[in-house]
Design a protein around this ligand. Structure first.
Ligand code: GRF
Length: 189
């Protein structure tokens, strides 16, 4: 199964995919790793000898041309799936349609609760005792696509956004690898 992984930050989810593939636990071909900016995730991909690309919003006059540039880049790579592993940009409906049910996103909360860019902070602020992580197909909404897998993560007394997010990411990394494995095994790509 041929995938492109999109990142925006530290890339620890990407690293878990790389490690699983390297250990022979995941039968995927990572065609490239892309990002909206230079980031640690891109550094990790380069260190692994993977093709990388950056499509930065600041290099385009508007959102429409940024989406079209990203869409063209992704299409040229002909992925079976695109994995948003901490990719923090919202892509438009045309791009989502182009890759309908082939974009997988991971979100650090139990959707539909706490969508958006601050799911961990919002869950903590709300005072939930249990939060978690969701892996879902991307649709034209924000964190609203069909759910594939979820895992629960307890909130611990004294948690900060950082300590809670780190606990979530432990679950998230393995859930993302498991999801990719299942998609590959299902012959869906
Ligand atoms: C992940 O928890 C992801 O769900 C969220 O940001 C984090 C990215 O972590 N959107 P990393 O870049 O994979 O380390």
């Amino acid at each position: 199964m041929r995938i492109v992984v999109m990142v925006s930050g530290s890339g620890t989810n990407l690293q878990s995919i790389l490690d699983a593939a390297g250990a022979g636990l995941l039968d995927v071909e990572i065609a490239a790793v892309g990002a909206d900016k230079e980031c640690r995730g891109i550094d990790r991909a380069r260190a692994a000898g993977l093709e990388t690309f950056v499509v930065a919003p600041g290099d385009h006059p508007d959102r429409e041309s940024w989406n079209r540039a990203l869409e063209a880049r992704l299409a040229a790579l002909a992925p079976d799936y695109i994995v948003f592993a901490g990719f923090m940009r919202i892509v438009d409906a045309r791009l989502v349609e182009r890759f309908a049910r082939r974009i997988v996103n991971t979100h650090p909360a139990l959707l539909p609760a706490f969508p958006g860019a601050h799911g961990v902070r919002d869950a903590l602020a709300y005072g939930v005792r249990i939060t978690g992580v969701t892996v879902h197909f991307v649709d034209s909404g924000v964190d609203t696509g069909p759910i594939i897998e979820q895992a629960a993560v307890p909130v611990v007394e004294g948690d900060t956004e950082e300590t809670l997010h780190e606990r979530i990411k432990v679950q998230e990394r393995s859930l993302l690898v498991t999801t990719i494995k299942h998609l590959s095994a299902a012959g869906l790509g």
